[in-house]
Every structure is written in C-alpha cells, then in structure tokens.
Design a protein around this ligand. Structure first.
Ligand SMILES: NC(=O)c1ccc[n+]([C@@H]2O[C@H](COP(=O)([O-])OP(=O)(O)OC[C@H]3O[C@@H](n4cnc5c(N)ncnc54)[C@H](OP(=O)(O)O)[C@@H]3O)[C@@H](O)[C@H]2O)c1
Length: 329
C-alpha cells in the first residue's frame, strides 16, 4: 500500500465521524486522502461545508439507491469507514456489497461502541453483529473496532448548572445515576482519542480481520463522582440504581417504543436504558470482557498511545475548553 491511503467515510458529519476525520487529517505517516460519503440531503450541512474547507472531498451517496454509482465512488478507495448513526445500520449492507465489488482492502463498520455481548442485551448491538456476519459472508477484509464510553457522555450534571451546556438533553436532569453500589468498572475513552485510535488501527496489518478494543482508562462511577467533586468543588447528587430498577426501566422503555415505534424519543430512551443495564449494572464494558470475547487490546497494540485522562478532561471542562456532544438533538 502506498504511503497515502485513500479512505472513504460514511457519517463523517457525526460526532464519531468528525473525531476520525480530525485524526486522519492530522496524520503524517501514513497520509490519508479522505472522501466523505454523505446523504444527498446532507450535502450542504454546515459540518460538511466545514470539512470541505479542510480538504475533505464531500460526495453525495444514496446507500438505499442503485449499487452501481456506489461501486464507482469506491473505485481506488483503500479503506471504507462507516461511522453511521446506530439507527441506519441496515444501510451498511449495500455499502459492504459495493466495497467488495470495488476491491476495497479494509472495511470498518460502525461498531465503535462499548463492549456489549453480541446478543441478548442491547438491540442495536445485535444489528452490528449481523452486519459483521454479512461482511464475513462476503469475505470482505474488515476490522471491527469498539471503543470505551466517551468522557463526553460521562459528565455528571453539577448542581450549579455550570456544565448544562455540555450535556446531551437526556442527561440534564437532577441526580447522577450510578448502577448498583457505584463500583461497577467501565472502560472510558475521550471522543477526541477515538479517531486517533482508528487512524492507528486502519494502518496496522495486525488488526486486519480482527476485533479491536480501544479505551483510555477503567473507572467506576463512584470514582467519576470523586474526580468531578474534587475538581469542581461541588457536591453531586448520587442516585444509586438497583438491578431490578434498571431492568424495569428497560421493560418500560421497550413498551413505550412498542406503542410508538416511530418516536425518536422512545427509541433513544430504550437504547439508553439497555446501554445502562449493560455497562452500569451487568458490567459488560471491561477490558477483561473484551479479551474474553476475542478482541485485540489497543493497550497491547499501541503502548505508546498518549490519551486524554478522565481527570484531564474534567479539568478542561472547568477551564471552559471543551465542547459538548449531541447538542443539536
Ligand atoms: N463508545 C461510545 O461511547 C459511543 C457513543 C456514541 C456513539 N457510539 C457509536 O458510534 C457510531 C456513530 O455514532 P455517532 O453518534 O457518532 O453518529 P451520529 O452523529 O448520530 O450520526 C453519524 C452520521 O450518520 C449519518 N446518517 C446516515 N443515516 C442516518 C440516519 N437515518 N439518521 C441520522 N444520521 C444518519 C449522518 O451523516 P450524513 O448526514 O452526512 O449522511 C450522521 O451525521 C455508532 O455506531 C454508535 O453506536 C459510540
């Protein structure tokens, strides 16, 4: 492969997509030439226009349309990365078909999630596994990458309201929920580092046709609270959630979604309840579980990787230096 790798990315305008693009643009060895495939209706999104001004080629691509134009778009592309929204994962099937037909050398699907058992805990995780099986049926070279729970989603609301502007709307309620006794370990990553891990992984022959788990540190939510309280000087309102309460929340969210299947709020509430049950109660999101499930570890592959620690992130928050995620939802 030449020292310039040609990457096509779907979902470049999303939160994960932007982290990946930032890392690819910053890389010198190898260099990456980036084409962002965006839905036709998103062509003039401000995020896409900003990416274009930074040297990303933005092209419209209808993953639900005929496959021939997709194959043409992927001719000469070395690597396809999908960071597509979790509710559009079905669109990865035609993307994989086109990548196979175009001779793409590596396909990275939109996994990029915390460690969750492939089946039986979180519905969209099952779709990701199904997509992996489809890729393997095609014998399309791939890497399946999962990443720690973002720092940006681990920020508790402060009683003063000082960080409300950084929180996704769903997190702007009083009381920080901690699963069980608050001592369940969970692997964290800073969103800005996720793209930097992906940039290393896609240029690494050791990760071809493997699952890779990347994370920065392992924290419990009690430790999250301790760090936030120490740095902010504010006392958090901790709300301990039992296994039964979390299970009940999943059941209620499932019923709400069943009654209003097209309701985005109901969908997000169901996903949030299932995810919390997985990482906050069951404790699925750990490096040990990743190893058990057969992932390579980013810690072994890239021992030199310099990451943003959770404490540093919280200090940045209190210096007013960071942006929030999912602000527009
Ligand atoms: N580890 C973690 O803590 C964590 C946290 C959040 C998400 N994730 C994972 O990261 C991956 C990407 O998630 P994200 O939150 O970064 O993505 P996102 O911002 O929600 O969406 C990414 C992009 O998907 C494209 N898209 C295509 N079809 C869409 C549809 N029907 N609805 C909305 N967008 C659509 C859009 O790009 P265009 O408009 O340009 O087409 C959008 O900008 C997912 O697999 C998710 O599970 C992981």
């Amino acid at each position: 492969m030449s020292t310039t790798m040609k990457v096509a990315i779907v979902g470049a305008s999303g939160d994960t997509g932007q982290s990946i693009v930032n890392a690819l643009l910053s890389s010198s060895t190898p260099k990456f030439e980036i084409t962002a495939l965006t839905r036709p209706q998103s062509l003039n999104k401000p995020t896409n226009l900003a990416l274009q001004s930074r040297g990303v080629r933005i092209v419209p691509a209808d993953l639900r349309g005929p496959i021939a134009p997709l194959i043409t778009l992927l001719q000469d592309i070395d690597i396809v990365i999908s960071a597509i929204h979790f509710n559009a994962l079905a669109d990865e099937t035609p993307l994989a078909d086109a990548a196979k037909a175009a001779g793409v050398k590596r396909f990275v699907q939109s996994a990029l999630m915390i460690i969750i058992p492939p089946r039986g805990v979180v519905d969209f995780r099952e779709k990701k596994e199904e997509n992996l099986h489809y890729i393997q049926k095609l014998r399309l070279p791939y890497t399946y990458i999962d990443a720690g729970w973002w720092h940006q989603l681990s920020l508790p609301r402060l009683p003063s309201g000082r960080v409300d502007h950084l929180l996704p709307p769903a997190a702007q309620h009083d009381g920080f929920p901690l699963g069980r006794d608050g001592n369940v370990p969970t692997a964290l990553a800073d969103l800005r580092d996720v793209g930097r891990y992906v940039a290393r992984i896609i240029a690494d022959p050791r990760t071809l046709n493997r699952r890779v788990h990347v994370y920065n540190e392992v924290y419990t939510l009690n430790r999250v609270c301790e760090v936030v309280e120490r740095v902010s000087g504010e006392k958090l309102e901790r709300r301990y959630v039992s296994r039964a309460e979390a299970r009940d929340a999943v059941d209620k969210a499932r019923m709400r979604l069943a009654h209003s299947p097209g309701d985005t709020g109901a969908l997000l509430a169901h996903v949030a309840a299932q995810l919390f049950y997985s990482w906050g109660i069951r404790g699925d999101n750990t490096p040990e579980n990743a190893e058990y499930l057969g992932y390579l570890s980013g810690k072994d592959l890239y021992p030199d990787f310099e990451y943003v620690s959770f404490e540093e992130y919280i200090r940045e928050v209190h210096r007013g230096e960071v942006e929030g995620v999912y602000q527009s939802r």
